[in-house]
Structure formats: C-alpha cells, structure tokens
Write a protein that binds this ligand. Sequence first.
Ligand code: AKG
Ligand code: FE2
Length: 282
Amino acid sequence: MKLPLIDLSNLGENDSPRWESTKIQIREALQEYGCFEANFNNNIPLELRKSVGEGIRQLFDLPLAIKLLNKNPHKPLHSYVGRNDTDGLVESVAIDGALSSHVVDTFANLMWPNQGNPTFSKDILLYCEKMSELDKIVRRIVLESFGLEKYIDEHFNSTDYVCRINKYEAPRTPHSMLGLFSHTDKNIISTLHQLNHVNGLLILTKDGKTWIPANPTSPDSFVVLVGTTFRAWTNGRLHDPTHKVVVSGDETRYMIGLFTVAKEGCVIKTPEELVDEDHPLL
Ligand SMILES: O=C(O)CCC(=O)C(=O)O
Ligand SMILES: [Fe+2]
C-alpha cells in the first residue's frame, strides 16, 4: 500500500479546474488516511536543501550541554529531546515560532554562542516559510471543501508554527529498530520533510491493520499529516493517523518538520456547521 500522492506544485488560482480537482483529492486523502504525500517541487532549490542538511548535521554535532539549552519550561515538547529521553533512536530540537527571524537568530545564537550561524538561520527561515505555504494551501482547501471559507482568516490568525528537526541515529544492525514511538500528533497540521534518502516513517491505516511506508517518491516531496486538534475542529471528519519511525542500516536519518499549532490561549471549537444529526458533537 502507498500513501496518496498529490501534486501541489504551481497550483494556481483558487477557482481553477485544477484547484477544484485537487480539493477533492485532499479531502479524500485526509478522511481516509489522515495524510498524503505532497509534491511541491520548484519550491525548495537543491542548493538550499544541501545547505540546510549541512547546518543540521553541524547542529547535532554540538556538545550535549549546548543542545540542552534548547528548552521550554512550559512546553516540554517544544524543547530538545535527547537519545535517553525516549525508547527510540531519535534526537530532536525544536524552534518555537520558527517563522520569525528574531526567534531563529536567538536559537542560533544559543547553539553557536560565538557569532550565531547566519547561514543556518537564513536556511531554516526559508525552509519554514516554504513549508508554511504548503500548510496554508492545505488548510484553505480543507475549509473550502467543507464550505467554511468564512473561517479561513480566523483559522490562519489563531495559529503559530513550531519547527522540529529530528535525527535518527543509524542502528548499524541488519534489523530495523524503533526511531520514534507510535503516536498521533496533537497539533493541527504537520508538514514533514525527509532531508536525506534514509526512509523510516510508517503510517497506520484507519482500520489499524496495516503500516504504510511514507517513503518520499522524490526529494521535493513532503508528508502532510492531520493532527488531533484538526480532527477535533472538523468534528472527527478528518482522521489523525497513528504513525511511528522505524530505521535500519548504517546511515543516519534526518527530518525537518513544521508543526502548525494553536496559539497560546486559543480555544478549539468545532464550527456549528459541522454538527448535525449524522455528526453529533464528539
Ligand atoms: O521523522 C519523521 O518522519 C516523523 C516525525 C514525527 O512523527 C514527529 O516528529 O512527530
Ligand atoms: Fe509525529
């Protein structure tokens, strides 16, 4: 089994025939699988991909004491996660508010206290901007597909972005090993981009029977995944898939993800249009 593959490159205006057919594809994919592979090419140039990969390798090579400075006392999931913090092979950093150059520079100054890392800051900011374009297209399309255009601005204005960068140590055994435990994302939308050719993400089907490999079919593709908050907002119409990461072989896996989260203090409320006899409020 494979994830649905949907081409979102150069999608054009939002009343074109292509936009309309893409809307149907996205809605079906998010109902049935809770995710899809998005082709979004021409969007992230090869040079940027290489440069960001290099910056991320340098970041994880920093001493543990430095990486531990990436902490958020109020939100433990928006902080550094080390190899000993979970059962898996994952190590991870988080940049909360990654669409702000000030936030990204502050993060880089913390990690590279001498003079920051201007290349890293510039690359991450650009990457996150591109991924947020994808998030906005998908959310706009989903809301339109429910006839809820009137909520689009409110939706966009009530969200922030967290960038999370994951490294999965090479297990160096012929057996596959757990990279990241099985979970659902609790945020709204996750936009995931595997940075090298080392696969590992698996998505559980809605019936809970099959793990589908989410191996990118091109270096320009992303996995767009529904989080529990969006499932709640849509009164259960969209599925929030369980997923995990399993790695094998002798190469390290890197992933950069942009997680759309509700702003602090924002209350998630299902629009009344999505509640009726067939769909009582969950
Ligand atoms: O590494 C991946 O592909 C997925 C990571 C993930 O599921 C997460 O960080 O929530
Ligand atoms: Fe996840």
